[in-house]
Design a protein around this ligand. Structure first.
Ligand code: NDP
Length: 334
C-alpha cells in the first residue's frame, strides 16, 4: 500500500540569488518500506547554506542536486513503519532525507536520537551538524588556546552563535559580526559577546579594528571576502583561521577576488585552514557532553528561526541566504 506524500523538487538551477520559481512542490506516491527499511514522518527539516552550492551543476565535495528530483538534507522525524531490526515505530530519528514529509530510508541510514536529552530539533542544530562544525572548527581546526581573542563572522547564525558561545564559556574574549542592529544587540546582550558590529555599517576592516583594537588570535570565517581580508589585517602573529564558509560568495556568478593582503600571512606566521565537518565526526561525543551539558544547564542559548510548512521550505532557504534567520533556520512539517 503506497501513500501520497509531498516533496520539494529542484525545478531550475538558480542563477545568482535563488527564486521561488527554482523550486516545485510535488505530490508523489511513497511506497511501503521494504526489508530493512523504515518509513519516517518528518517533523523538522534543515535548510543550510551548503545546499546553494549543490544547486549548481559543478563538482564539489558533495554531488549536485539533480533537476526535477527531490532535494535532500538533514531532517528529524518519527518512525511510523519499520522493517528494520534496529529501529522501532515511535522512535525519533535523524537522517538525510529532508525536503519531503514522508521518507523511506534504510534502517542503517537513520540514527535514533534521545528526545529526553534535548528536543528533536536540536539534533539539526546545536547537537547536530552545525554544532559539530562550530565545536571542531574552533577547537581542532583553529586550535583555540588559552588567552586567544576570537572573532567570528555570521555570528548570529547557527554555527557562528555557537562558536561565540563556546569560546565565551571557555573564558575567551569574543567579537562577532552580523548583518543588522538587532542581531548585534542579540550578540552583546543575550549571548554575552564582548563586542559586536553590523558589517553593513561600513568598511569591515575599520569596524573590526574598532571592536578589537589590540588584534585577534583566531578568526572563524563563515563569510569570506571582505571579512577574511579584515581578519588577516587584524590577526596577531601566529594567529589561526578556520575557513568554514564563504557565504558572501555563494550566489556569485563570477569568481570573487581573494583577500588583497594575503602576503601578511607570511610575516605574521598565520595558519589558514579549510575544513569539512564530516571529517570530524569523532568529536560528536565531546559535543554532546560539553555543549549538551551547557544546553541542559541553561548556560547556552539556542535560538532557532522556525518556518512552518513544507511548502514554505524554499522561502526559508532563500531567507537564510538573506539573513532572515537568527540561530538555526528550520522548517517545521505538519
Ligand atoms: P547561518 O545560520 O549563519 O545562516 C547564514 C547567515 O549568513 C545569514 O543568517 C546571514 O546573516 C549571513 N550572510 C548571508 N549573506 C551574507 C554576506 N554577504 N555577508 C555576510 N553574512 C552573510 O548558516 P550556518 O550557520 O548553517 O552556516 C554558516 C557558514 O558555515 C556558512 O558559510 C556555511 O556554508 C558554513 N558551514 C560550513 C560547514 C563545513 O563543513 N565547512 C558546515 C556547516 C556550515 P547576516 O544577517 O549576519 O548577514
Amino acid at each position: 500500500m503506497s501513500r501520497t506524500g509531498r516533496e520539494i523538487q529542484l525545478a531550475a538551477r538558480p542563477q545568482g540569488e535563488p527564486r521561488e520559481s527554482d523550486f516545485r512542490l510535488a505530490e508523489v506516491q511513497v511506497p511501503d518500506p521494504g526489508p530493512g527499511e523504515v518509513l519516517v514522518s518528518n517533523r523538522y527539516m534543515s535548510v543550510d547554506p551548503y545546499m546553494r552550492g549543490r544547486m549548481n551543476d559543478v563538482k564539489s565535495y558533495v554531488a549536485p542536486f539533480a533537476l526535477d528530483a527531490p532535494l535532500d538534507g538533514g531532517a528529524v522525524g518519527e518512525v511510523i513503519a519499520s522493517h528494520s531490526e534496529s529501529v522501532s515505530v515511535g522512535d525519533t530519528v535523524l537522517h538525510g532525507l529532508g525536503w519531503r514529509d514522508l521518507a523511506v530510508a534504510s534502517g542503517q541510514a537513520v540514527r535514533r536520537v534521545d528526545t529526553a536529552l534535548a528536543p528533536a530539533a536540536a539534533y539539526l542544530g546545536v547537537l547536530g551538524m552545525p554544532g559539530l562544525t562550530a565545536y571542531a572548527g574552533l577547537l581542532d581546526v583553529a586550535q583555540l588556546r588559552e588567552g586567544d581573542v576570537v572573532f567570528v563572522s555570521g555570528a548570529a547564525g547557527a554555527v557562528g552563535s555557537l562558536v561565540g558561545q563556546i569560546a565565551k564559556l571557555r573564558g575567551h574574549r569574543v567579537i562577532g559580526s552580523a548583518g543588522s542592529a538587532a542581531k548585534v544587540a542579540y550578540l552583546e546582550q543575550e549571548l554575552g559577546f564582548d563586542a559586536a558590529f553590523n558589517y553593513r555599517d561600513g568598511d569591515v576592516r575599520k569596524l573590526l579594528g574598532a571592536a578589537a583594537p589590540e588584534g585577534i588570535d583566531v578568526y572563524f570565517d563563515n563569510v569570506g571576502g571582505e571579512h577574511l581580508e579584515a581578519a588577516v589585517a587584524a590577526l596577531r602573529p601566529h594567529g589561526r583561521v578556520a575557513l568554514c564558509g564563504a557565504i558572501s560568495q555563494y550566489n556569485a556568478t563570477e569568481p570573487a577576488p581573494g583577500p588583497r593582503n594575503l602576503a601578511l600571512v607570511i610575516g605574521k606566521r598565520l595558519t589558514l585552514r579549510g575544513f569539512i565537518v564530516s571529517d570530524h565526526s569523532q568529536r560528536m561525543g565531546d559535543l554532546a557532553r560539553e555543549v549538551g551539558g551547557w544546553l541542559r544547564d541553561g548556560r547556552l542559548h539556542n535560538r532557532q528561526t522556525v518556518v512552518e510548512g513544507l511548502e514554505h521550505a524554499p522561502a526559508a532557504f532563500i531567507g537564510l541566504l538573506k539573513g532572515q534567520n537568527t540561530g538555526k533556520m528550520l522548517v517545521q512539517l505538519s
